[in-house]
Ligand binder design. Structure first.
Ligand code: GLC
Length: 556
């Protein structure tokens, strides 16, 4: 570790640059994001549930690791059927998480720690317990009668998790549309009052200083105005014949052109408060994704997730293709988002077969590519999924599907019980992994916490946590890693991925060996070693020697 830090210091001295101080790119185009699922992060009052004061207590930890931005999954008032993704009041806090004053304190304290904070905005739907929906469903004539999507007869669209998205309401003798689960009715953005109400909710938080939003299911905001059946497939997310993979297409309930305009309007709302981030949950590929970014003018969301990589294959060929596609489809000033874990899909560690060495290499890749890196809480210590039986599932998806239907496994992979990947953060090796003093935590703690926990890893010079800390520091302090261009270096030995980051006269070369065999790579010039995973990775007289799963970052 000392070696790594000393190399980093050398780099800092040689480049002596403070990130983003001298460029016009918005800060969020190259930030590093740490996603927190509040319910599972830190329980400050002993009720078995994580809360906002708990997050405030852990800001020093997040800061010490070097993340620049925190994204919080929802903590607004909610019946918690989908654990906050079903909101019943956008400008209040669920009591188990704290108060409005705690939210304000969290924003202010994050800023005092020199970090940014973005909240999750669930605009597509509310909870069915939201007063807007209660009113809307009460009759066909009430003032909010058309705040949601109502039809006399369902069309053939299916919800994003299969099955019809139309649900009968006897008070109106009509059906309402829900893109996700039945208790999450979709709002009707064709009514200007709805848009205004939701933009006002955003303004409420922007005025409190929040640095932007992650936008839940933003691709579903508008539906076809005539609710016409889809011509080809019922599926909201259709299978593309060319790629044999799921891709977003223009369907009646997804990716409507009005949604692209909506993205621009929301950008304008944010811009009126300064430089605020918008990060959209938009699965799919070019060119639909580009529309969300604002097309040629790039005046839309600014950032979108590419969820293909949550199901990554761990080999050089896969990552090389991923980078090549992103660089081709989203060249600067667009900025790709690299994400390998979140609160909906298997943790990357599970996919890596719980192999720390593989995880280290994955994160060298993630933190040296061009764009934004987004990590899920616990990813920094190598937390893995805990298999919780479907019969005990609290997650509404886990409850709905007792096992993964084959068609859905392509989207969600092997688990549909998202509880598995939302277990409490593993802080130390005391009871409940130091997450809570309660006898019972809302989800069980993964028993591997005795070995996998933050406190142990801080002291272990070979830990993933210290590796990520060193990489975040390297990334943070070096403008070339923040803002430099990226070019793949072709013709590498089998299993090796190499690329160059360049900014003016600064150049950094990254060489990653995804294979289990040592590799040698020829490199011209006399680059300085800036970083390596293993002591045995070295540059010597024109050749880079990499051990199995080794990596080097070299500067010129
Ligand atoms: C998004 C969220 C997921 C939630 C769903 C409904 O996909 O990431 O957690 O269940 O939307 O809001």
């Amino acid at each position: 570790m000392r070696l790594k830090l000393c190399l980093i210091s050398a780099l800092l001295l040689s480049l002596a640059i403070s990130a983003n101080a001298q460029n016009n790119e918005p800060w969020y185009h190259s930030t590093t994001i740490y996603q927190i699922y509040p319910r599972s992060y830190y329980d400050s009052n002993g009720d078995g549930i994580g809360d906002l004061p708990g997050i405030i207590q852990k800001l020093d930890y997040i800061k010490s690791l070097g993340y620049e931005t925190i994204w919080l999954s929802p903590f607004y008032k909610s019946p918690q059927v989908d654990f906050g993704y079903d909101i019943s009041d956008y400008t209040d806090i669920a009591p188990e998480y704290g108060t409005l004053a705690d939210a304000q304190k969290l924003i202010d304290e994050t800023h005092k720690h020199g970090m940014k904070i973005v909240f999750d905005m669930v605009m597509n739907h509310t909870s069915d317990q939201h007063p807007w929906f209660k009113e809307s469903m009460s009759s066909r004539t009430n003032p909010k009668a058309d705040w949601y999507i109502w039809a006399d007869k369902p069309n053939h669209w299916s919800s994003q998790i299969r099955g019809t998205g139309w649900h009968y309401c006897k008070e109106r003798n009509q059906y309402f549309w829900a893109s996700f689960l039945p208790f999450q009715p979709d709002l009707n953005y064709r009514n200007p009052a709805v848009k205004k109400a939701m933009f006002d909710a955003c303004r409420f938080w922007l005025a409190k200083g929040v640095d932007g939003f992650r936008l839940d299911m933003i691709n579903s905001i508008y539906k076809d105005s005539l609710l016409r059946n889809n011509t080809a497939s019922r599926r909201a997310v259709a299978r593309s014949p060319e790629t044999k993979k799921y891709r977003s297409t223009i369907k009646g309930s997804l990716n409507q052109p009005e949604t692209f305009e909506f993205a621009k309007e929301l950008r304008a709302v944010c811009d009126s408060f300064g430089d605020r981030m918008l990060l959209g949950e938009v699965y799919g590929t070019h060119p639909v994704v580009k529309e969300f970014l604002g097309g040629q003018k790039n005046n839309g969301l600014g950032l979108v997730f590419n969820f293909e990589m949550l199901r990554f294959h761990y080999n050089a060929k896969y990552f090389s293709k991923l980078v090549a596609n992103l660089e081709k489809d989203f060249p600067a000033p667009y900025s790709p988002v690299y994400v390998f874990s979140n609160h909906d899909r298997r943790r990357s560690m599970k996919r890596l077969k719980d192999d720390m060495a593989r995880a280290k290499l994955l994160h060298v890749f993630q933190l040296t590519t061009r764009g934004v890196s987004c990590m899920y809480y616990g990813e920094e210590i190598g937390m893995s999924d805990l298999q919780i039986p479907y019969k005990d599932a609290l997650d509404p998806i886990g409850q709905k599907y007792k096992k993964v239907p084959r068609w859905l496994s392509e989207l969600f992979d092997e688990t549909l019980n998202r509880d598995d990947l939302r277990t409490p953060m593993q802080w130390d090796n005391s009871a409940n992994a130091g997450f809570s003093t309660s006898a019972k935590t809302w989800l069980p703690v993964n028993p591997n916490y005795m070995q996998i926990n933050a406190k142990t890893e801080v002291k272990d010079e070979n830990s993933l946590l210290l590796e990520i800390q060193a990489l975040l520091l390297l990334h943070k302090r070096n403008k070339v890693l923040h803002d430099g261009s990226l070019e793949l270096i072709p013709k590498q030995p089998h299993g090796v991925l190499a690329y160059k980051r360049k900014l003016n006269d600064q150049e950094v070369i990254v060489i990653l060996n995804f294979s289990k065999k040592p590799k040698e790579v020829k490199l011209s010039g006399t680059p300085n070693s800036l970083y390596q995973i293993h002591k045995t990775d070295k540059y010597d007289a024109g050749t880079v020697h990499l051990s199995a799963l080794g990596a080097m970052i070299l500067g010129k």
